[in-house]
Write a protein that binds this ligand. Sequence first.
Ligand code: HEM
Length: 497
Amino acid sequence: MPYWNPPENEGPYHAVLSMRENIKNKVKMHAYPMLNWLGLVKIDIHWINDPQTAREVFLKNDAAYGHLDMKGWFDLNSEYRFRTKKDIFWETCSADETGMLRDIKRSDPAGTKIGKQCRKRVMEVLAKKSLEPVWVDAIEREIPKMIRRMKEEGKNGKVAFYPFDNVTMPAAMSVLLGVSFNIDCSTRESWIRKMIDYSCKALHTLTRLDGHKLFLVLIPRWMRNLIPLSFWPKWTGELQGFTTEIIEMIEEHNKNWQVGDESPSLIAPLETDRQKGLLKYWDIVHTLQAMILAGADTTATSTASCMRQLAMNPPVQEKLFNVLNAQDFRADSFADCHYLMAVIYESYRMCPMVWRSLFHVVTEDMKIEDYNFSKDDFLAYSHTGVCFSEIYFPEPLKFKPERFLDEQGEFKKNENLMPFFIGKRSCPGQILANLEVFHFMKNMIKEFRFEVSADAPIDTSFTEDGWHTLWSHGAHKEWNHHFLLPAENKILCIPRN
Ligand code: HEM
């Protein structure tokens, strides 16, 4: 298999370069070093560069759904809790009960069944048509706060800023916590802030393949237990409060609820299953933790990116404003504004902050086309490479929402754009994510005009050279570089009146 050697301290940008080059040369799969720790711990990622091959692998077999990388994070967090005996429920905590993030594998049918059950419950809640108005209400309740913060932070359109930190992230976190725990977050601003700090740190440490973490994860548990906690990564201690917060929310929910009661929360169906003996307590804690880890900064960065894409493309912005204005900004569902959906999907393509699939760990020996993979090999899909490939998207450097509209002007998906990926580990939150981005954007475009600022220049040449300067070339270990980060994120948000 072709091998790609990136420069030292490479990051998402360099991994994307390897995808683009290999796709251009019609290489369906290539290997890339993700970790080389003193030559002792070496991990290669095998990037799948072809959407059709990805569909074959992820839709037609069960051997690519291990979560070895994430399991290690839960191991360290749980063992830290157990060893320090300080935080609540330390006696029972279990790293094996990772809920919906459990491995899907034939060698563990019982665990696989529990993992699938958790996912089924999550999907039932998040994809339930009858609950959609509840989520839309929760999203719309955030709008006045978002407008206020946009005006404050942007000094009424005079100062460029990144709308993620104080606008889209608090809104997305508030919606997510409301949905997960069925609580009203409107008076809990400082708590939301705390949960944001926890979730960002947790996601950063969960998705990063760093040598320190992997060394601890790969040695046997008994050996790990001989290593004093002061030599463990600091976050193992710092994130105990995150788990405690989730346990407290579950306990608070359960005080006023019993099996059979209606509750539009994620806890109720999970807790019902636990009481029937279908899953364990820590499966619930870890499923909710996974939701909070994955469900806020993804939608928040996607919304902020969409604003940035509109700032970079004034004619598209004007057209979107006019389309929505003509319907008095009334769009209750996706079908009420096809052009907005097309703008959002083009923005997912042009600014794919979630730039790759998860790392999928092979659970039993398997063959993909001419290549043999062994248990514990890492696979991932070259999402961003495909997004920026002429083969799959003609004129890939141009922002053209029309590519997601059919002849009648109706929104149509393109099977080569998989922002939520596919298969048994695909994003369970995609309906909620689209609802959030849709309703946030509908309201923001009504209130603000987005512009690139001379004080925070962004290349709008839409050329190959310009593309390279659009992205941060920072290393994976740099803060927030689990995303493919733009080099410049700040834009002007100018109130329309
Ligand atoms: C625009 C926003 C979002 C994007 C682009 C996105 C994208 C993704 C992608 C690409 C994956 C990896 C799928 C795979 O490799 O198979 C994923 C996984 C996941 N997402 Fe999302 N996501 C978004 C929002 C959300 C939301 C709102 C939630 C929860 C409410 C969520 C929860 C999750 C979880 C729990 C996983 C892990 C699933 C597993 O490993 O079994 N995501 N997401």
